[in-house]
Ligand binder design. Sequence first.
Ligand SMILES: NC(=O)c1ccc[n+]([C@@H]2O[C@H](COP(=O)([O-])OP(=O)(O)OC[C@H]3O[C@@H](n4cnc5c(N)ncnc54)[C@H](OP(=O)(O)O)[C@@H]3O)[C@@H](O)[C@H]2O)c1
Length: 335
Amino acid sequence: MIYKNLGNTGLKVSVICLGAMTFTEKGWRSAGKMEFSEIQKVVDYSLDKGINFFDTADIYAYGESEELLGKALGNKKNDVIIATKVRGVMDENDPNNRGLSKHHIFKSIDDSLRRLGRDYIDLYQVHWWDNSTPIEETIEALNDLVREGKVRYIGISDFAGWQITKSVMLQEMKNYSKFVSAQMYYSLLGRDIEFEVVPACEDLGIGILPWSPLAGGFLSGKYSRENPPPTDSRYARMEKPFLRFDFEKAYFIIDEMKKIAEKHNATVSQVALNWLRAKSFVSSIIIGVRNLEQLKDNLGSLDWELTPEEVEYLDQISEPERPYPQWFLDMFASL
Ligand SMILES: NC(=O)c1ccc[n+]([C@@H]2O[C@H](COP(=O)([O-])OP(=O)(O)OC[C@H]3O[C@@H](n4cnc5c(N)ncnc54)[C@H](OP(=O)(O)O)[C@@H]3O)[C@@H](O)[C@H]2O)c1
């Protein structure tokens, strides 16, 4: 296993993090369901291969994902790094059982600790920005949790660049514990974070944790023009229009990835993961699997690397159009 520092912290995390969103599907967006025996095999194999980093969230099946992860880790649960999240709607009928208020954060941390069977959370992440709560209230609540020892590190997820910078500047001014990681959608089919989020994070020393690195399974190469995602597949159920991209461009990129995979006697999924691993700002890639076979395939990416020329070629063919003001700033950067 390869370990990297989580952002600017001294914490070493495996470059592959196992996401627990696919463990179960009650409520919210349906990402799949696994038998517990399969979850156990996946978690045991991950531990055997040196994965020390696991990601879940309170809203994944209203807490069931946290419970299943805690159960599958068993007596190993205190030897690993567990990340979870707060922000989503935990009760449709309760306006306070959601969001980033101090009230909800203080309740949610205790619920997550109980479900995971832990005394503390290694990385507590705010799942996405809350327009109805001042960020000052949120960062004060998170700082309290770190001081109390219920949380070791804090991170964000799905923030805009300006939201990250504003939050961390306020944390610095108030001498609060600072966000150390940013969990964001990033893949060969979704490179939007390169415009605002990545520069903000690099400037602040925040590590990027890409989620849905295979774009929900599309970048495994199992779909093609002739064989598009079937209507009952996870991809068709969950990702459209959740993850948005141009299908024709995606099939072209996958065709090119297949050629690279063949040269390395590898798989398309491994090419997708190794392109992310080649990015210096990535601390750990949060994968999702439905079974042990997929996990073995994805971990096979660690046995080889893309050449710099292959990374450059993939960069080039997946390059998104640069929006304003990026193209303007590029044009006049040297003046
Ligand atoms: N912060 C956020 O907003 C956010 C949002 C989403 C996810 N996440 C995190 O990111 C984690 C990963 O997300 P994700 O599950 O969407 O990741 P992903 O890697 O993009 O998609 C995983 C899916 O792809 C398919 N797959 C995986 N490996 C494969 C392989 N080798 N060959 C063929 N198919 C393969 C499986 O689906 P099928 O077999 O059903 O096709 C699997 O469920 C989640 O568990 C969660 O922790 C965070």
